[in-house]
Design a protein around this ligand. Structure first.
Ligand code: R5P
Length: 297
């Protein structure tokens, strides 16, 4: 039987290469470009008939990427692919998981419907699940979630053995508690109040008895950086040691990364679910393991 074919959407060559290497898969040729009027042209340069096709496409800034992804999935089916799956290390559109104000779109549900209709399976890293209990609550295709916790815990043990983990909000408790247990370090979770897209307030961390430890702020997503910057300010006011920041998904809108460093982060470390100079933790092998499990007969 032919090995699976991994095809990179634009900007995802490193992800596709990492997956293909770890899976023993073949890299497929996929050409995507814009016509002069901005419409998308797409062509496969590898025969797909009867093959399992794995599309590699992380979904930060998703609105620029989703149409090409949907065309790639539909075309793979048209060309006879046996199965068409997606590896998207960062899965977008999970934070709007309810109608907070009248008239709002619950985009997590609509986006899940769109992808579930186009694909046979999906693999991602630490999706931002808050009010949805699991991806199965919204996705109707088989999904696999790769946790970043083991990688982060391993990194902490090596780089910051005296860490005190701090999660900036209730959602982060799920990740912080798991990482703390695996790294064998204490943790605290703060309370967050979001006042606007770029404005948040977080509670004062209780550092009693832990003043000698190095605070490490851990969150799944850094977007504007407002959440971590508010937590950094609290730690500075308490006279804590210079804090480090670890995030799974490096979205870093605008100047967020520089803003974090300017706000006193001694170091900012992320996984490579979204390519960024702060990437220090590689999720590709773990993603390939999850794909192999899904493709196993
Ligand atoms: C929200 O619940 C997430 O876990 C992150 O805390 C949030 O997305 C970070 O966004 P920002 O960097 O814009 O504060």
């Amino acid at each position: 039987m032919n090995p699976p074919l991994v095809c990179a959407l634009p900007g995802n060559a490193a992800l596709a290469g990492g997956l293909a290497g770890a899976l023993g898969a073949e890299l497929g040729g996929l050409e995507v470009r814009q016509f002069p009027d901005g419409e998308t042209y797409l062509r496969y340069h590898t025969a797909l008939a009867g093959r399992a096709v794995v599309l590699a496409c992380t979904l930060d800034r998703p609105d620029d990427k989703v149409l090409a992804l949907l065309y790639a999935a539909a075309t793979a089916r048209d060309l006879g692919a046996a199965r068409v799956g997606l590896v998207c290390p960062y899965l977008a559109y999970l934070r709007q998981d309810r109608r907070f104000r009248d008239g709002e779109a619950v985009t997590s549900v609509h986006f899940a419907k769109l992808l579930s209709g186009a694909l046979d399976f999906l693999v991602t890293v630490d999706p931002h699940l808050h009010r949805h209990a699991s991806l199965d609550a919204v996705y109707t295709i088989p999904t696999r979630v790769v946790p970043a916790a083991p990688l982060i815990a391993h990194w902490l043990t090596r780089e910051v053995p005296d860490a005190l983990l701090i999660g900036p909000d209730a959602e982060s408790a799920q990740w912080v508690s798991r990482i703390a247990a695996q790294a064998g370090v204490p943790y605290r979770v703060l309370e967050k109040q979001r006042l606007g897209d770029r404005s948040v307030r977080v509670s004062v961390p209780d550092l009693r008895g832990l003043e000698d430890r190095t605070p490490v702020l851990v969150d799944d997503i850094v977007s504007t950086g407002a959440t971590l910057i508010a937590a950094l300010a609290q730690l500075r006011d308490l006279g804590a040691r210079p804090p480090q920041c670890v995030a799974v998904h490096a979205l870093f809108a605008g100047t967020a990364h520089a803003d974090l460093l300017a706000a006193g982060a001694a170091r900012v470390v992320t996984t490579n679910t979204v390519p960024h100079p702060s990437n220090a933790l590689d999720v590709h092998a773990a993603l390939a393991g999850a794909v192999a499990g899904l493709l196993a007969p």
